[in-house]
Design a protein around this ligand. Structure first.
Ligand code: PGA
Ligand code: ZN
Length: 422
């Protein structure tokens, strides 16, 4: 049943933005939205490093005199100028109406004119302002918007990193932990903390005392090979006193586009064909307790993904990140081809909440699992936790437990869990 508050109209009084820095020390933006009734909110926008080719365009200044060209002053100016001029004084009944106005104003297929960072900032800040106007926690407002039942997701937590997040010492981007039987966020974090400490000690013994961490706070010692990385993860689970697989399992973000070229996949000093790569992934899955494989092949190899899914289906999630870029046309293609069975949902890959919701609905309609994901460049904002809860994500992927831009999300989940009122 629709509540009366659903029909509350929100008139925008003003939109603004500030250039801020993300967890890599690179510029991003914080947008703010004030409604005519005085409700106001801010939201900041994350940024990826191993980005998919089909992602909406993140507008950067390209001015080499500032932040090596990565400044976001143009995107900020677009919010304070053109977007504010076009939307201030207008009334929007729904998130969908606001997002449509942003799309119409931009007028490009990939948000290249105003910037997906500018557009997402406004989309999120408006959403929060509407939640404030309705006196709802953000997750509850998001659940109303999506017509979903709030649910705490299971965290997929980064343990080891390589690839674009870890300096490329090993090709695989992320080895993550899931705690299948934990049943709560706080128990998951306790277990992962034990494994993380064991892994840090192991890395120190094996690779020297200096603790090296990657963009998402995972450990990044100079592993000599993918197998060294994967077997160290299993060893750390055991050393912490847990049973690999039943107590703590692994999920991989292979991010294969990052080490693919026309010649093949450059992995562990060899050049692998697509068939070799599929064999290797299936081999790892049988040797290590791997329950999900993200971006196991490069983002344009649809028939390779079909073959991989055929090999692995039902035994591990086939999770599409760069393949899908949170875009409905790509998700539909993957559904038709049976090329994946799980969606990695990153709202900044598409640029508005409404389009991300369409992606979620399409995936859900096909019976897929959904992993709500942060980016490798994050801020201390915690809206992602509310999004994962409100849209009832099966999993949330935020990175490791060592950096505050990640912990902001875990801590928000802990608070929501403790409230016990979802
Ligand atoms: P990104 O990494 O934010 O650098 O794209 C996260 C991921 O690949 O899942
Ligand atoms: Zn990924």
């Amino acid at each position: 049943m629709k509540r009366d508050s659903d029909k509350l109209v929100s008139k925008i009084e003003s939109l603004s933005a500030v250039e801020i820095l993300d967890s890599r020390g690179r510029p991003t933006l914080l947008a703010s939205c004030r409604l005519a009734d005085g409700s106001a909110a801010t939201a900041s926008v994350p940024s990826g490093a191993s980005t998919g080719a089909a992602e909406a365009l993140e507008l950067r200044d390209g001015d080499p005199a500032r932040y090596a060209g990565l400044g976001c002053l143009r995107a900020v100016a677009n919010i304070k100028g053109e977007i504010n001029r076009a939307l201030a004084g207008r009334q929007f009944e729904t998130q969908g109406a606001l997002d449509q106005a942003l799309l119409d104003l931009d007028g490009t297929p990939n948000k290249a004119r105003l910037g997906a960072n500018a557009i997402l900032g406004v989309s999120l800040a408006f959403c929060r302002a509407q939640a404030a106007q309705r006196a709802l926690p953000l997750y509850a407002h998001l659940a109303q918007l999506a017509n979903t039942t709030p649910q705490l997701p299971r965290p997929m937590i980064n343990l080891f990193s390589g690839g674009a997040h870890g300096g490329g010492q090993v090709a695989i981007q992320d080895v993550q932990l899931v705690v299948p039987a934990a049943g709560s966020i706080h128990r998951t974090l306790e277990v992962v903390s034990d494994v993380f400490r064991a892994a840090a000690a192991l890395a120190a013994e094996r690779y020297g005392a200096r603790r090296l961490t990657a963009d998402e706070g995972g450990l990044a010692p100079p592993f000599g090979s993918s197998d060294a990385m994967l077997s160290a993860a299993v060893e750390a689970i055991e050393r912490a006193g847990y049973q690999p697989g039943s107590d703590v399992a692994l999920t991989l973000d292979v991010a294969a586009s990052q080490f693919y070229s026309d010649a093949g996949y450059r992995l562990d000093g060899a050049l692998l064909t697509r068939a070799d790569m599929i064999d290797r992934l299936e081999h790892w899955r049988t040797v290590y307790p791997i329950v999900s494989i993200e971006d196991g092949l490069h983002e344009a190899d649809w028939s390779g993904w079909q073959q991989l899914a055929q090999r692995v289906r039902g035994r591990a999630m086939i999770l599409g990140d760069d393949l899908l870029c949170t875009q409905t046309d790509r998700i539909q293609r993957a559904i038709n081809l049976k090329a994946a069975d799980s969606l990695l949902l990153k709202v900044n890959q598409i640029g508005t909440l409404t389009e991300a919701l369409e992606a979620l609905r399409l995936a859900r309609g096909a019976g897929w699992q959904v992993v709500v994901s942060a980016r490798s460049g994050e801020t201390e904002d915690d809206w992602l936790a509310d999004l994962a809860v409100g849209w009832s994500g099966d999993y949330i992927k935020v990175g490791s437990i060592t950096q505050s831009e990640r912990l902001a999300k875990y801590n928000r989940l802990l608070v929501l869990e403790a409230q016990d009122s979802l």
